[in-house]
Write a protein that binds this ligand. Structure first.
Ligand code: F6P
Length: 355
């Protein structure tokens, strides 16, 4: 049995732990399995770059961040791009899959990766996928791996900034990753004691954000911490047609820098921006992520042994289950506005900038 493994898209904590889970499961049940590491995600399949891996290469990597296989972004929309001799990327991948005589591919990736994996599966490639992304926006799974680790990193930032914010009586806006969804901001915002949490899913009104700060000041709390997702927009911005947004006042700003500007113009209080950026994707996976990755890896290995292809392994109600790629590809898991986490956060007085 010849299996190709690849990690695709932005990296995250837990990729190595998941690869280890797949490799150990396969090797334990199929002693003559041949494992091939495909270099830099789909790029390696397009260019035909892979290498045979020994089982021991998957040892000692449980807690290592990043990916031992390397990764790259190959957006789904570029899969039709012609690479050589009238062949597009998708055709090259399928040709190389056949040339490599692979029995199956194990693909670890996020939303874009799943669209390509589904297209491959529809074209007869045997595929099993694992849900990877710090953004937690993959449809069909309760959590993707990397999310818990990113929340831990973002929380560390929010924790640390409290002391200096309090000493100086400042407002700190902490801009967290998530262009389309605000899962990291929501969870880290609660864990890190943010006073307001601004999400792409809930357009905010600057007046409500200001009133959070003013009320705290009246209570003698001279500092405020606001967690804002990269993709959060004010109500004014949302109302603009997308084209106009490019020429609007907010163009050239990030969500965080725009908010700092707005607050600084309106309040007589120092407002500062903190952007942890890729710090959120770096370092070791948390114990929860290591467990999730090991379980997902084991299930992916099991599906391959049973020759059950065309599935993503997912966490559902604390069970690991296979979900058909047709149910996953092309869908985005945004935060449901009526979810308990939001209503409970509101109960403890966290503002979402909408009321
Ligand atoms: O998709 C994961 C993610 O970390 C997003 O949260 C973030 O907006 C983006 O990737 C950053 O991408 P890159 O590493 O390519 O700059």
């Amino acid at each position: 049995m010849k299996i190709g493994l690849l990690t695709s898209g932005g990296d995250c904590q837990g990729l190595n732990a998941a690869l280890r889970g797949v490799a150990k499961t396969l090797a334990n049940s199929v002693p003559d399995v041949e494992l091939y590491g495909i270099q830099d995600g789909y790029r390696g399949l397009i260019d035909g770059i892979w290498h045979r891996m020994k089982l021991r290469e998957f040892s000692g990597i449980l807690r290592e961040g990043g990916t031992i296989l390397g990764t790259s972004r190959q957006p789904f929309k570029t899969m039709q791009d012609i690479i050589e001799n009238d062949k597009n990327k998708l055709t090259m991948i399928m040709e190389n899959y056949k040339k490599g005589k692979f029995d199956a591919l194990v693909i670890l990736g996020g939303n874009g990766t799943h669209k390509t994996a589904y297209a491959l599966s529809q074209n007869g490639v045997n595929v099993v996928t694992l849900p990877k992304t710090i953004d937690n926006d993959i449809y069909g799974t309760d959590y993707s791996f990397g999310f818990d680790s990113a929340v831990a990193k973002a929380t560390e930032y929010l924790d640390v900034v409290h002391t200096t914010a309090a000493s100086h009586g400042r407002i700190f806006v902490v801009e967290l990753m998530g262009h389309k969804v605000g899962w990291i901001t929501l969870y880290a915002g609660i864990a890190g004691g943010a006073d307001a949490i601004l999400l792409p899913e809930i357009p905010y009104d600057i007046r409500h954000v200001m009133s959070v700060i003013e009320k705290r000041n009246q209570l003698g709390k001279k500092f405020s911490i606001i967690a804002v997702a990269e993709g959060a927009l004010s109500k004014e911005e949302v109302e603009l047609p997308k084209k106009e947004r490019k020429n609007s006042e907010s163009a050239g700003f990030t969500s965080g820098s725009y908010l700092v500007k707005k607050l600084s113009e309106r309040l007589n209080q120092d407002a500062r921006l903190l952007v942890p950026g890729h710090f959120q994707r770096g370092g070791d996976p948390t114990p929860s992520d290591r467990i999730l990755c090991s379980r997902l890896g084991a299930k992916a290995g099991e599906l391959i042994i049973k020759k059950k292809f065309g599935y993503m392994v997912a966490l559902r109600d604390n069970s690991i289950v296979p979900i058909p790629l047709s149910e996953v590809a092309g869908k985005l898991k945004t935060i449901p506005l009526d979810c308990e986490v939001i209503s409970q956060a509101r109960l403890i007085g966290i503002s979402f900038g909408d009321t």
